[in-house]
Design a protein around this ligand. Structure first.
Ligand SMILES: Nc1nc2c(c(=O)[nH]1)N[C@H]1C(S)=C(S)[C@@H](COP(=O)(O)O)O[C@H]1N2
Ligand SMILES: [Mo]
Length: 496
């Protein structure tokens, strides 16, 4: 039988996991801060949250959006803190890639070497034994180790639970928050009790991780820091003096990584966006881009109140158009196309009967709603204008002047978003002029907005006035592929 000792790979895995899990926790708290409310139901209806981590109250009788609900947390708990959702996401996704790779190697090595026996119980008697161990710990004594193993029964179950249950649970509930996965496999969202319940469970998993870490650290401190660190650093219990010194060095290095990540993110977010965004975007496109939305929620699932993000154009020209039901509005479609077009709303409506889809909307901030959208599939427009061979992206330009209309947001200029031309092929990519069977309401983007159901909400530009086919977007705005990418450092491709 394999001796259940502390081989080098196990010790290295342990310390890498400490790094990744702590990065995941702090960046996860940053993501939570952007919408610090947890819901039971898909519609995230204001006031129905089962937990909230904010004291802000929202105005009644006045249009507010979810950007107004965002909280600014301290860098002590959040990476990087201070309302930096974009940065929080970059760190969360880079860390999750690192953590999954390290974890996969760990699983392989556990099973290849027989070390899995340290975590996986092979007898039911372990459970009553673990209970006895709890009683022993509570009376400030140490329970016996299992024969031939380095752990007691309670430790074995706790570690086994973290390695084989909690870690996969966090990955699965995280995946349940990806619009691409939800769009392609709506049953997967149901499996977790819905989108918001998956988000809630992901949060409870975070609490479980934090709880585990606190107890684990407390035990190591109370039991014997030097001895246990010697095992986890050298693999044997000689040299406890050195082990204490080295353990402090390791902790200092991990803290230094956190401090560096925080300072870098707050001082130079653009470079973090570029450096971390590159591998994350590659992984996301490879894993999630092939998934095409095929959602058809039943009518009774529609949210009574669909949440809103982004404030409508606040200018006379728009308001006059709205008063006249957008009779004067024109959609211009141009750029790298053979057949540029200018269409009125009526002409757009008459191209074909509206395609309708009842779908789950995922805001990047974490809330969701279900709505029915009707309009022209984007691929129909693409085939009418016939893009030139150079065209690779579609840029959606809107009438919303963010500096004027959303003065509390970071950044100014007209809101725009760029999506890859290939997304127009997806059957549920839609230019919507209807919502829930009515003309599109102003707050949801009248007269025309985009729906790309495998992406998070910010890509779906509202109040569109011009669509441009381009070969490159580096000269548009700050060149990052959209207003949010330019101003709040989100990634351009966001299947999660
Ligand atoms: N022009 C414009 N479009 C926009 C936004 C915006 O601020 N301006 N916000 C985006 C975000 S972050 C989301 S979540 C969705 C919200 O759509 P809804 O308000 O119809 O729910 O619109 C997207 N489209
Ligand atoms: Mo959003």
């Amino acid at each position: 039988m394999t001796e259940l000792d502390y081989p080098a790979w196990l010790r290295i895995e342990h310390w890498l996991t400490v790094l990744f899990v702590t990065l995941l926790i702090r960046s996860g708290v940053e993501i939570l801060a952007t919408h610090p409310k947890l819901y039971r139901r898909e519609d995230s209806r204001p006031g129905t949250e089962w937990a909230r981590f904010t004291r802000k109250t929202m105005p009644t009788g006045k249009l507010y959006d979810t950007l107004d609900e965002e909280e600014s947390y301290s860098s002590l708990v959040a990476l990087p803190g201070h309302k930096q959702l974009g940065m929080g996401r970059h760190w969360h996704f880079v860390s999750v890639i690192g953590w999954v790779l390290v974890g996969a190697a760990y699983y392989v090595l556990l099973f290849a070497t027989g070390q899995w026996r340290r975590y996986i119980p092979t007898s039911w008697s372990l459970f009553p034994q673990a209970w006895d161990d709890i009683v022993t710990y509570l009376s400030f004594n140490l329970p016996p180790l299992l024969p031939g193993e380095p752990l007691d029964a309670l430790q074995k179950l706790a570690y086994g639970g973290v390695v084989f249950i909690l870690a996969p649970f966090q990955i699965l509930t995280g995946a349940a928050q990806s619009p691409a996965i939800e769009g392609r496999f709506p049953w997967y969202v149901r499996l977790w009790g819905g989108r918001q319940w998956a988000r809630s469970l992901h949060f409870l998993g975070l609490i479980a991780f934090v709880g585990f870490i606190v107890v684990h650290l407390a035990m190591v401190v109370c039991w014997n820091w030097g001895r246990l660190n010697a095992l986890m650093i050298f693999g044997h219990i000689r040299d406890t003096g050195w082990a204490i010194a080295l353990s402090l060095v390791i902790v200092a290095v991990i803290v230094a990584v956190h401090v560096a990540a925080t300072v870098w993110s707050l001082r130079n977010p653009r470079s973090v966006q570029r450096v971390l965004g590159a591998p994350v975007t590659r992984a996301r496109r490879w894993l999630l881009r092939p998934m095409r939305s095929r959602q058809h929620y039943p009518p009774e699932k529609l949210s009574a109140e669909h949440r809103v993000n982004g404030k409508p154009p606040d200018c006379d020209q728009y308001k006059l158009m709205a008063v006249h039901n957008f009779a004067d509005w024109r959609l211009e479609v141009g750029g790298l196309v053979e057949n540029p077009l200018v269409l009125s709303l009526n002409e757009l409506r008459e191209l074909r009967p509206p395609q309708r889809q009842r779908v789950l909307h995922n805001c990047i901030q974490g809330w969701s709603s279900i709505g029915e959208w009707g309009g022209l599939p984007l691929r129909d427009l693409v085939s009418m204008v016939r893009p030139l061979p150079d065209a690779r992206y579609i840029c959606f330009m809107t009438m919303q002047d963010t500096g004027r209309d959303e003065p509390s947001a970071e950044g100014t200029g007209h809101f725009y978003e760029v999506v890859d031309l290939e997304l127009a092929d997806h059957p549920q990519t839609l230019l919507a002029y209807e919502m829930n069977g009515e003309p599109l309401p102003i707050k949801h983007g009248a007269p025309l907005r985009l729906r790309v159901e495998n992406q998070v909400g910010f890509k779906m530009a509202k109040w569109i006035e011009r669509i441009e086919f381009v070969s490159d977007y580096s000269a548009i705005g700050f060149g990052m592929g959209g207003w949010r990418e330019d101003n709040v450092y989100f990634d351009k491709d966001v299947e999660i």
